[in-house]
Structures are given as structure tokens and as C-alpha cells.
Write a protein that binds this ligand. Structure first.
Ligand code: HEC
Ligand code: HEC
Length: 201
């Protein structure tokens, strides 16, 4: 092998390594998650506190992107930003893999009477106010896929806060669609669709 070829192989290996690291190793995040995250998000990512999001069973692609965005400040939050700012990208990938592999627990519905309204909006959208269906991106069962987050079983208080942030333009690291939707939904629809998402197993 010429030294040229060796150099090229070395360069390719360096270029490829971040991609390999992206995959994440859940087992390497267990102690980090226990020390840094469990107090708010629960040991297994099923956050018991209503305004903290559940992470268990969340899409790995989505988790990693949000963690990187907290780190870079693209998604702003005074709790999460400082927490992840000192972590390496490998740690973030491992944490994402860890929470994605945990089993999601059922959510808590607080106003069952709103479920039918929420279900209709989730599955059909609202043509009159030009709101698309949620299932077209978040899946019929709310499990999400890739960059589309799982919403099934999510905590209602957390969801309501996110819609407030989207509508106010304060959560703007992702797709513009969510802001438009949050602006168009009535207060009742917002509450109802949040209850419906929490009710999905
Ligand atoms: C002091 C409580 C607290 C701790 C500790 C904490 N979080 Fe959070 N986490 C929150 C809150 C509150 C939010 C919602 C923030 C927002 O509105 O953007 C959040 C949001 C998140 C989100 C976004 C979830 C979503 O559905 O978009 C992820 C991912 C996350 N945290 C991961 C972690 C990880 C990993 C750790 C440990 C390194 C951690 N958190 C530690 C309180 C905490
Ligand atoms: C065109 C695709 C698309 C449609 C339609 C859509 N979403 Fe989303 N949604 C996304 C994407 C992508 C994200 C990831 C975060 C971001 O971009 O801010 C998201 C994020 C969310 C979040 C935040 C989840 C979290 O863990 O923080 C909620 C809640 C949500 N969507 C609810 C809804 C509801 C309710 C509807 C229907 C009224 C809906 N979405 C329709 C693409 C979509």
C-alpha cells in the first residue's frame, strides 16, 4: 500500500467516525441518565411530574436532535440548556439510545369528556381552520417515526406548554408546521387534542 492510500483510508475513517458515533450505545448512558436526568424524567424516562416530558420509547432521531439543539441553544430552555451544554455529542447519542429503548407507560387523562373532540382533530384535522391531521406525521397510534416525535401517552401539562411556546414562536428549532398549527387551534381544541394524545397507549 502506498502512503497516499494509507492517508486516504485514515481520512475516510475520520470522516466516518461521527456517523458511527451517532448510533449511540444505550448501555453507556445508564449511569449518566441516573445521575443527571432521572430526578425529573424518571429512572426509565416515564416522567411522573406532569410538566416534564416523558422520554421513554421516544424516537431516537428526534431525541438526539432535540438534545443537540438544547446544547447549541437552537431550542431554548433554562433547565435543559445548561444541563446538556457540558455533555459530549457521544453522551447525547447514548442518552437518546437509552431513552428510545425504554418502555413507555400509559399516560394520564384529566378530562375524559374532551377525548372525542381531540380524536377527531388528531385523525382528521379541521378543514374550516386549515389544520392538517396529526396522524399524517405522528402516526395513527401516536408512535411517531424518525424526526416526527412520539406523542402517545405524553404528559398533558407538558403538551399544553409546548403549544404555548410554538404559538409564541419561542420553540422554533424544528418545522414551521407546528407553529402554524398551534396558532390555529382554539383553546378547546388544544386541550382536547392534548388529552387525546395522553390517552393513546
Ligand atoms: C430539573 C429537571 C430536569 C432534568 C434534571 C432534566 N430534564 Fe430534560 N426536560 C426538563 C423540562 C422541564 C423539559 C421541557 C423543556 C422545554 O419546554 O423545552 C425537558 C425536556 C427534555 C427533552 C425534550 C423532550 C421532547 O419531547 O421534546 C429531552 C430529550 C430531555 N429533556 C432529556 C433530558 C436528559 C437526557 C437529561 C439528563 C442529561 C435531562 N433531560 C434532565 C426537565 C429536566
Ligand atoms: C407535517 C408534519 C406534522 C403535522 C401535520 C403535525 N406535526 Fe406535530 N410535529 C412535527 C414535527 C417534525 C415535530 C418535531 C418538533 C418540531 O419540529 O418542532 C412535531 C412536534 C410536535 C409536538 C412536540 C412533541 C414533543 O415531545 O415536544 C407536539 C405536541 C405535536 N407535534 C403535536 C401535533 C398535533 C396535535 C398535530 C395535529 C393538530 C400535529 N402535531 C401535526 C410534524 C408534524
Amino acid at each position: 500500500m502506498t502512503s497516499q492510500t494509507l492517508l486516504r483510508i485514515a481520512a475516510l475513517a475520520i470522516l466516518a467516525s461521527p456517523l458511527v458515533a451517532q448510533a449511540g450505545d444505550a448501555s453507556k448512558a445508564i449511569s449518566l441518565a441516573g445521575n443527571l436526568c432521572a430526578s425529573c424524567h424518571g429512572e426509565d424516562g416515564n416522567s411522573a411530574i406532569p410538566n416534564f416530558p416523558k422520554l421513554a420509547g421516544q424516537q431516537v432521531v428526534y431525541l438526539l436532535r432535540e438534545l443537540k439543539d438544547y446544547k447549541s441553544g437552537k431550542r431554548q430552555n433554562e433547565v435543559m440548556g445548561p444541563l446538556v451544554s457540558g455533555l459530549a455529542d457521544d453522551d447525547l447519542a447514548n442518552l437518546a439510545a437509552f431513552y428510545a429503548s425504554q418502555k413507555p407507560a400509559p399516560g394520564t387523562v384529566t378530562e375524559p369528556s374532551l377525548l372525542p373532540v381531540g380524536k377527531t382533530l388528531y385523525l382528521k384535522g379541521n378543514a374550516a381552520s386549515d389544520i392538517p391531521s396529526c396522524e399524517s406525521c405522528h402516526e395513527v397510534d401516536g408512535s411517531g417515526s424518525g424526526k416526527f416525535p412520539r406523542v402517545a401517552g405524553q404528559n398533558v401539562e407538558y403538551l399544553l406548554e409546548q403549544f404555548r411556546l410554538y404559538a409564541a414562536g419561542k420553540r422554533n428549532n424544528g418545522t414551521r408546521v407546528m407553529r402554524t398549527i398551534a396558532e390555529r387551534m382554539s383553546e378547546k381544541e388544544t386541550r382536547a387534542v392534548s388529552e387525546y394524545m395522553a390517552s393513546m397507549p
